[in-house]
Design a protein around this ligand. Sequence first.
Ligand SMILES: Cc1cc2nc3c(=O)[nH]c(=O)nc-3n(C[C@H](O)[C@H](O)[C@H](O)COP(=O)(O)O)c2cc1C
Length: 331
Amino acid sequence: MIDISTKFAGLNLKSPIIIGSSGLTNSIQYFKDFEANGAGAIVLKSLYEEEIIFKKDDYLKQAKKYGYDSKDTNYIYHKIKQENVNKYLQLIKDAKNSVSIPIIASINCVTPNEWVNFTKKIQEAGADAIELNIFFIPNRLNKKSQDIEDSYIDIITKIRNKVDIPIIIKMSQYFTNLGNMIHRVSNTGVNGIVLFNKYYSPDIDINTKEITVSNVFSRPSDIYVPLRWVALTSGTVNCSIAASTGIHDGEALIKTIMAGADAVEIVSTIYKNGIKQIKEMNNTLIEFLKYRNLNSIKQIKGQANQINSNDSAVLERVQFMRYFSDNNDII
Ligand SMILES: Cc1cc2nc3c(=O)[nH]c(=O)nc-3n(C[C@H](O)[C@H](O)[C@H](O)COP(=O)(O)O)c2cc1C
């Protein structure tokens, strides 16, 4: 019997494959299929801070959407806020009732404001953990990187003090000193870190001159950034680590575990290859272990990280010196 169970952020998972936050996790439509195909856990679609605290213009739009008369501002503001939160709390409860694998609620946040109080309700609704997807574009050019980093730590600490369930931080790779920031986050008392979130970037339609949304899905080659940083930090931080972005098949799953990941979060490959991809990836992992007479993923975890690798300097090399001197043919 091959054991592919793992522990991530204090949660016991039957498989290291977690279904990441996305449109696929916005209703319980697919949850039973995720579980039946061997998923270890599900991260719900994020509740966005803007759905709880919105600006006046957005609020007026929302008021119209909900069919409210926009004159009684205070009442309607609280009513809409409450409805958005209640909808999310109901999603958590429905998810918990439909499957037995852990359900991770997700919040996308940019400030440590009063919305933090809702995290307590998320815990009460039965979520097994909360994942925080925190990112703000540092577009105020006079702000120092240290101050920006401190804002992240401030939000995380405020939430850590509010809830008892495991907290997972889905991190951006865009920090001045990424390794140091990963360490700072891991020292706040959180239980897991996801390396990394993928953000969509704006594109420009050259005919209409409109700003559009670029491709939201990852490519398999996107794995190399998380792979490096999982390998550089696993075994050195005070919490679990999950890899995310660009993990599309079983081989990629095995690589991230070898780099030291306790779990992975996948989205794009499910959109592209269907829910059966979870089973395919688990099977590739099982076959890989079986072929090598191994019986648990613990036996391969971290084998290629910076602590255990025979040539860990490769993880730090970024220039092409050796590659160019060996590869001169036009392809
Ligand atoms: C359609 C779509 C919707 C997403 N929505 C969210 C979201 O609400 N919250 C979040 O944290 N990440 C969201 N993500 C990001 C994914 O959770 C994941 O981090 C990203 O897609 C990288 O993983 P992948 O390479 O397996 O796709 C979304 C991704 C996609 C493609």
